[in-house]
Design a protein around this ligand. Sequence first.
Ligand code: PFF
Length: 452
Amino acid sequence: MIQQNHKRGLWATRMGFILAASGSAVGLGNVWKFPYITGQNGGGAFVLVYLICIALVGLPIMLAEFTIGRKTSLNPVGAFYELRPGTPWVGIGFMGVLAGFLILSFYGVVGGWTLAYMVNALTHSLDQFTNPAEAGKFFGSFIGNTGEVIFYHAAFMGLTIAIVIKGVHGGIEKACEILMPTLVLMLIILMIRALTLDGAMEGLKFYLYPDFSKLSGEAILLAMGQAFFSLSLGMGAMITYGSYLPPQENLTSATLYVVLFDTLIALLMGLVIFPAVFAMGLEPTGGPGLVFSVLPAVFTGMPLGWAASILFFILLAIAALTSAISLLEVVVAYFIDQKGWERKKAVLTMGLVIFAIGIPSGLSFGLLAGFKPLGMNFFDHIDNIATNYLLPIGGMMTAVFVGWIWGTEEAHKEIERHETTFRWAAYWEFVVRYIAPVAVAIVFITKIIPSS
Ligand code: PFF
């Protein structure tokens, strides 16, 4: 195994690292998916379950990933190999790199949609819809338009490549230091706009009223899956970001900040979307439609809606971009560490290959819409394999690895390298060994049994 650490780079500041890791976590999962699944699954009751999943599974696994990364200063494949050479555990690393590859292939397509909507908002092309049906028709014809979809997909991947090619500090850290505060500022402005609309209270009620009767077993599975995807866990993204940490970094507080930040952004997003949707007298319909088909109609109907629309779609594009960066970095780090490639070669080659693999996903709603092996289009298949299988298996195996194979004692030593005292060590050791693997296994088994 090649280890050329001089080629890898390091975060320059603690803040830069926290913003980059938060940038990875805060993505389409927070802005689009969280509010929608919360609204459909019992509002406040679902939020409660989600928070429990974050505390029992998300938090411990994130700390486990950061710890593996900082201990080894390597990508996921190199990291598992270094800690247990010659064992099958390296497979978890390979699965992670594969997941990064697959997720980015379709995430880049949706990233392209966000760029297109940003441009449409800026050129006032979205200001014409008086109802969601019109906005939905516009969305449907856009995602079916081969030329436009590929153009924006390429543009989004181009941006991702341009940032990652500049390296950990010069590219990722600098970009996130600008983009993340911008995102927060936009979110606050949008929240104020949404909450001061007449009729905003109805939306708040729908969003936060804890309706325990809607809290099905399915909702609990959704909450767990969402916790993984939202925190970027299970594929070594946080191992990779942790691997660029200098040894004196306090891992436990960094974990708390990133988890808190991600959760807060998800919760606040709901405070933007539901008050706005309800105040405009619209229905919070589900699926990808909420952001792309309903919101443009919401913005058209509200005072200063054009400005809100511009801010929202810029925010969405930023959220997608800072997550895409981390997905590409996992793949790139593998080729730099394990294959000895130069960063430039790794970024350009893998960026282009991932773009190419993403093309059929991009065409899944147009040219290839009729191609549905096993009842799902290409886009949904890739999403399903990566999100529903690779991430939970990867996360569970990471917990088992740290809890039982590498051992919490070794991990604890790494966490306490230099003078930090790990105050919640007993809690972490317990959840990482027992709760997290068992919880993921239960969720995973329940998920696959009904379909088998
Ligand atoms: N956390 C991102 C989101 O919420 O959209 C998605 C993601 C990014 C998942 C990076 C996994 C990952 F490694």
